[in-house]
Design a protein around this ligand. Structure first.
Ligand SMILES: Nc1nc2c(ncn2[C@@H]2O[C@H](COP(=O)(O)OP(=O)(O)OP(=O)(O)O)[C@@H](O)[C@H]2O)c(=O)[nH]1
Ligand SMILES: [Mg+2]
Length: 184
């Protein structure tokens, strides 16, 4: 029986890997809300609802909520961020134009929540890497809160959560801070 619940919001621009990240991590059947994209966004489907998955780590049940990337769904960002304990903002490294979107999304969410935040740079294998320092400066977050992640890899996605729980959250004191999670 899990004693604690941690609600994690997974946000970021279209195609940054939010649905993939939640699906990769979830131990329970992933709630998928993708539909066929009506325009060319470089992939077949896009999320129009709220992705949901869960995983248990020690005595913590982690609830993963993935929101759509499209700005027209920002009402879902606002609803879903309510009560979130932490934010994972994914940004695709091979789509530099999306960094502007990512910054807008972060600013939008920061109007509603002030929680430990990790920036996950995805798809770095497809593009020249942006140094985390530069991404951090651009997005206005400390550079050590920016990590590379392959959303398709459970190990890599777990590493992002590990950094969030064991490194970023203790600094902000707003998540359990003993660093006792064993995300293996
Ligand atoms: N090569 C590569 N592909 C990745 C990586 N991370 C995610 N992807 C792929 O990038 C795509 C991301 O798609 P989604 O997970 O649907 O993205 P999303 O952020 O949910 O997009 P929307 O719901 O449309 O906002 C998928 O095809 C993933 O397999 C990575 O690190 N490297
Ligand atoms: Mg999605």
């Amino acid at each position: 029986m899990q004693e604690y619940v941690a609600k994690i919001l997974v946000a970021g621009p279209v195609g940054s890997g939010k649905s993939t990240f939640v699906r990769t991590l979830s131990d329970t059947p992933f709630v998928d809300t993708d539909v066929l994209a009506s325009e060319d966004i470089g992939k077949v489907g896009t999320t129009v609802g709220i992705d949901f998955g869960t995983m248990d780590v020690d005595d913590v049940r982690i609830l993963l909520f993935g929101v759509p990337g499209q700005e027209r769904f920002d009402f879902l960002w606002e609803v879903t961020c309510n009560g979130a304990h932490a934010l994972v903002l994914l940004v695709a490294a091979d789509r530099p134009a999306c960094f502007v979107e990512a910054k807008k999304t972060l600013k939008f969410l920061q109007k509603f929540i002030d929680v430990p935040t990790v920036i996950g740079l995805t798809r770095t294998d497809l593009s020249e890497e942006w140094p985390p320092e530069e991404v951090g400066i651009y997005l206005g977050v400390p550079p050590d809160c920016v990590v590379n992640v392959d959303a398709r890899s459970r190990e890599s996605a777990l590493e992002t959560l590990r950094i969030l729980f064991e490194y970023v959250a203790p600094k902000s004191n707003s998540l359990r801070s003993e660093g006792s999670f064993s995300l293996v």
